[in-house]
Design a protein around this ligand. Structure first.
Ligand code: GGG
Length: 369
């Protein structure tokens, strides 16, 4: 039986609750497919600040590198909001992605049919939406230097920098084209080329990469009009590729299509196999739901575990290369929703809502059947 080593980093707020749900799903998939998942666990984010005084220890990075995949919950919360940017919980997550070289963040947005009427948008607009936001994850405004907030006698000022090198753009756009080839063969490259130099370069490089994929349609879209089209005509899109901050913003917007931010999974990849000797995995990756720590509902047992469970499906697809088992998890999510099960974020007013564990139990029954 092949061992798959997964480092769990549940993090803060609802992170531990949704990671527990995803872990149960992986264990069941393991029994059915012949993998033995071996889980290790460590602290990250605010929990690591409280225990060790830092949001990410070097030891945690070493544990990640000895694993086939990392599964993260969420980081952050009001308890740590007063800390300077470089020492906040989020800094731990950003450093982890950077140190592991995970430059590609895949955020699939799929509208499950039973939820087509669960959004503020008309069902005919969202029904059938199936797109992927490909977010560049280790560059751009998040990491550019200088980045500083100064408090001077003459007043406060702050600066952030948005740098991109040609090769950083090329590798993420190339990945977007590869993804599109296995889908509906359309790439939308998102930028602000009428204002930003980095976007002008992004557009040039994206066009050059596009020439290598004559079978895939490339369109360029300005981020502002793209934001509008995303809620007005979301079925226009197949694969969208963009810089770090644009990807963070547009994928949260796209969560409206899916019914809740709690629905969205993500995979952060760099294309290399794990470093662990004898690993059965084809690719190392970090998996996490797109949502944050939701401190307002933490500890209440009512968080939506679907984003985490769909992230487990992405782990099975991208790290294990097992498309069939990944699809089975997604199918179980669809069937569970079709059976009427709803967590509080998805339930209509007056409709009964299930807690995290009860929803996961129902889903596991479907997956096992
Ligand atoms: N599970 C995702 C999460 O915890 N996000 C918190 C956050 O602020 N992340 C920074 C980012 O993804 O831009």
């Amino acid at each position: 039986m092949s061992e798959v080593h997964v480092l769990l980093l549940p993090g803060d707020g609802i992170g531990p609750e949704v990671v527990a749900a995803a872990q149960r799903v992986l264990e069941l998939v393991g029994h059915r497919t012949g993998y033995r998942f071996v889980f290790s666990e460590d602290l990250v984010g605010g929990a690591a600040i409280d225990a060790y005084g830092t949001p990410l220890r070097d030891e945690t990075i070493e544990m990640a590198l000895r694993s086939d995949a990392v599964f993260l919950g969420a980081v952050g919360g009001p308890k740590w909001d007063h800390l300077p940017k470089a020492t906040r919980p989020e800094a731990g997550l950003l450093r982890l992605r950077k140190e592991l070289g995970l430059f590609a963040n895949l955020r699939p947005v799929r509208v499950f049919d039973p939820l087509a009427d669960a959004t503020p948008l008309k069902p005919e607009i969202v029904r059938g939406v199936d797109l992927i936001v490909v977010r560049e994850l280790t560059g751009g405004l998040y990491f550019g230097q200088p980045s500083e907030l100064r408090r001077e006698p003459t007043g406060r000022w702050a600066i952030d920098t948005l740098p991109y090198r040609e090769e950083e753009i090329a590798r993420i756009v190339d990945l977007a084209f590869q993804l599109a080839r296995a889908r509906r063969r359309k790439v939308t490259s998102v930028d602000k080329a009428n204002v930003l130099n980095t976007s002008a370069l992004w557009r040039e490089v994206a066009s050059e990469i596009g020439q290598r994929y004559p079978d895939v349609t490339l369109e360029h879209a300005l981020v502002d009009s793209c934001a509008m089209r995303l809620v007005a005509r979301p079925r226009d899109f197949d694969v969208l590729v963009m810089e770090n901050l644009f990807g963070d913003i547009l994928s949260d917007e796209a969560a409206v299509l899916a019914g809740s931010l709690g629905m969205l999974p993500s995979a952060s990849l760099h294309g290399q196999p794990p470093q662990r000797p004898g690993s059965p995995a084809v690719r190392f990756g970090l998996y996490e739901p797109v949502h944050g720590s939701a401190p307002d509902i933490a500890g209440k047992g009512i968080a939506n575990p679907i984003g985490a469970i769909l992230s487990a499906a992405l782990l099975v697809r991208w790290t294990l290369g097992n498309e069939r088992a990944a699809t089975a998890i997604e199918q179980a999510v669809e069937e569970t929703l079709a059976s009427g099960a709803r967590t509080a974020d998805l339930a209509r007013p007056g409709e009964p809502a299930m807690g995290t564990e009860a929803f996961t139990d129902r889903l596991l029954e479907r997956l096992a059947s």
